[in-house]
Design a protein around this ligand. Structure first.
Ligand SMILES: Cc1cc2nc3c(=O)[nH]c(=O)nc-3n(C[C@H](O)[C@H](O)[C@H](O)COP(=O)(O)OP(=O)(O)OC[C@H]3O[C@@H](n4cnc5c(N)ncnc54)[C@H](O)[C@@H]3O)c2cc1C
Ligand SMILES: NC(=O)c1ccc[n+]([C@@H]2O[C@H](COP(=O)([O-])OP(=O)(O)OC[C@H]3O[C@@H](n4cnc5c(N)ncnc54)[C@H](O)[C@@H]3O)[C@@H](O)[C@H]2O)c1
Length: 558
């Protein structure tokens, strides 16, 4: 009676409410009031919004052939970035009854081990960044001497102590994630989840039913087949390696490869980076790739472009003999081989969605050609009650040449999903202009298009570039340089690409990402006063284009 009254009141009020106020209200509201508010918001949106809502609502309320009573409104398989965010927002913000399952904690992922927090927290972004910090000290110690610091002896690294602290931090974060779920009222069930039917999940000996099921099982490292490939380690192992390798081969030219190359070089290893392309980081701006590769080489990395692994053999002393095949011409026979004896070979050759033994086929969930779960713009699969987000959907792979921050993507997709499912607002995740960083040495920050993409999309572009030695590197004697680049759509003056290679690129690019997302123009950049002295100020002081590229005539060099 009281709730009904509230709901009626809610409809009456919400119809006239500003949209943002209506969106805030449901956090603590009773379900019927939330539904009434959602309906009112649909009225505000008009016919198109109402149509989208009715499609989503079917999944939320069941299709009539399934039981009306479920154990949960939402049950999530996988407690990584996407699963944890979706679960706790669904429960905490929207008041839904939510359960989640995850395998027992381990820093190395397997079919039976995982842990709340998932890849990013336990074997990805977080431990990787701690390794990056540890590795950076080598350069700091060296630079310090240029500023007059006398070091009493050669600094040395207590590796076991660092590993122990890193693992203690991961345990702490695992606990934080468990608390986040608990405090939001999400029921945590330890164990591997498997679909039984469109509304049922089996976790160990427990069977649960849910109106909606979210698959957020992430991805696992992929090692390409070649002789001895099973001797490679993957990034999970690299973050647990008992001793810093004296010599290491890293196969791959993507994020993980260049990041670990910088890490091990900083820790003192001789690093050989083996990749198929002429430059690392395919999909990034070509000039950025060239500049980064030059800096990597200057920092002591041994670069092996146009090379694939051919064979890996274990030597009697426990080390490995790596054979690589380097392409020397256009014919398949045009190749030369070389051998390296190393302590480890790290395969950083991409990741594949975790879809095995999930019951997807039996339930009829459609997959993409690349083996990911196929979803629509709203993260819904072809089975109405089953949804999927994060790495298991591999959605960024569908945006050619678009480097992206996957952990942030999983989080964004989770937010959009809960709004669609429980907020009454069908919301597609917005994959445009996502800022990303590569924590290699030096760092790379980027948002928007590469020069190549912008030229294809806009035809007329102005390109501004700057390369300089950061002030810190002047009297330290560090030869490292910084590169900055802006790409402007000439007809609209909108900044469509922004790139940086050099110290602090990730931090600087976060701010630029906000501006680019908001439609930043070059004129607005020019009217911004720089912070002096800083590297970031270069973005607001680049006045003359390095080149202006026009459809007709094709290219005008400045
Ligand atoms: C070395 C490395 C470094 C990275 N660095 C960065 C970075 O700096 N920035 C960034 O943005 N991204 C980074 N990433 C990527 C980022 O970690 C992932 O994109 C992100 O974790 C994806 O989140 P997710 O929720 O989709 O999957 P995950 O975080 O992988 O979570 C999936 C969870 O599901 C569990 N699971 C799987 N199957 C089942 C099952 N059947 N039942 C129950 N549970 C199951 C797994 O144990 C896991 O915990 C990095 C990745 C790696 C490997
Ligand atoms: N800073 C970050 O945001 C960050 C850091 C690490 C990882 N990640 C994410 O994790 C995911 C996985 O990273 P990754 O570096 O493993 O993947 P990636 O797709 O970025 O790179 C894979 C590399 O392996 C190479 N490769 C693939 N198959 C090969 C084969 N058969 N032989 C030789 N080389 C081969 C590719 O050419 C490519 O260079 C990425 O999608 C990335 O977005 C992000």
């Amino acid at each position: 009676m009281k709730l009904g009254g509230l709901a009626r009141q809610g409809v009456a009020c919400a119809a006239g409410w500003p949209h943002a106020a209506a969106r805030r209200a449901p956090a603590t509201a009773a379900p019927c009031l939330r539904r009434a508010l959602a309906a009112a918001r649909q009225q505000q949106r008009g016919p198109a919004g109402r149509r989208a809502m009715s499609v989503r609502a079917e999944a939320v309320s069941g299709n009539g052939t399934t039981p009306k009573e479920f154990d949960f409104d939402l049950f999530c398989i996988g407690a990584g970035s996407g699963g944890v965010r979706a679960s706790r927002v669904a429960a905490g913000t929207y008041g839904a009854k939510v359960g989640i399952c995850e395998m027992p904690f381990n820093t190395i992922a397997s079919d039976s081990a995982g842990g709340a927090g998932g890849t990013c927290v336990l074997r990805g972004c977080v431990p990787k960044k701690l390794f990056v910090y540890a590795a950076e000290y080598r350069e700091f110690f060296s630079d310090a001497q240029g500023f007059g610091w006398q070091l009493p002896g050669q600094p040395s690294l207590d590796w076991p102590s660092f590993l122990a602290k890193k693992n203690a931090e991961l345990q702490r974060l695992n606990g934080v994630y468990m608390n986040l779920l608990n405090n939001s009222g999400v029921e945590y069930i330890e164990g591997r989840g498997r679909l039984v039917d469109a509304h049922t999940v089996q976790v160990g000996d427990r069977t649960v039913t849910a109106r909606n099921i979210l698959i957020a099982t992430g991805a696992r490292a992929f090692v390409p087949p070649f002789e001895g490939a099973e001797l490679c380690m993957i990034s999970d192992n690299a973050l647990e390696v008992a001793e810093v390798p004296k010599r290491i081969v890293i196969v791959g030219g993507g994020y993980i490869a260049v990041e670990f190359a910088g890490i091990f070089a900083g820790l003192g290893s001789e690093v050989h980076l083996v990749y198929r392309q002429d430059r690392p980081l395919r999909g990034f701006d070509d000039e950025v790739r060239t500049f980064a590769a030059e800096q990597y080489a200057q920092n002591g990395l041994h670069l092996h472009p146009l090379t694939v692994p051919q064979q890996l053999v274990k030597l009697p002393d426990g080390r490995l003999k790596f054979t690589g095949a380097r392409r020397t011409g256009a014919q398949s026979s045009d190749e030369e081989t070389f051998e390296l004896e190393v302590d480890h070979v790290l395969a950083a050759t991409g990741r594949r969605p975790n879809v095995g033994n999930l019951g997807l086929e039996e339930v009829g969930v459609q997959m993409t050609k690349s083996g990911a779960i196929a979803v629509d713009d709203y993260s819904q699969t072809n089975v109405q009650s089953i949804w999927a987000i994060g790495d298991v959907t591999d959605r960024m792979a569908l945006t050619p040449g678009m480097p992206a921050l996957p952990a942030a993507l999983a989080l964004m997709e989770a937010m959009a999903l809960t709004r669609t499912m429980f907020g009454g607002e069908p919301t597609a995740p917005d994959h445009a202009n996502i800022a990303t960083a590569v924590f290699s040495h030096p760092q790379i920050g980027t948002v928007g298009m590469s020069e190549e993409q912008a030229l294809a999309a806009y035809g007329n572009i102005d390109v501004y570039t700057s390369s300089f030695r950061p002030m810190r590197n002047t009297i330290s004697g560090n030869p490292g340089r910084t590169f900055m680049k802006l790409i402007v759509a000439a007809d609209s003056d909108v900044v469509v690409g922004c790139h940086m290679v050099g110290p602090d690129s990730a931090e600087i690019m976060q701010g630029m990402g906000v501006a680019v997302k908001m439609g930043l123009t070059k004129r607005q950049l020019d009217s911004t006063v720089g912070i002096h002295p800083s590297a970031a100020e270069e973005f607001v002081t680049m006045r003359s284009p390095t080149r202006q590229l026009r459809k007709e005539p094709a290219t005008v060099a400045a």
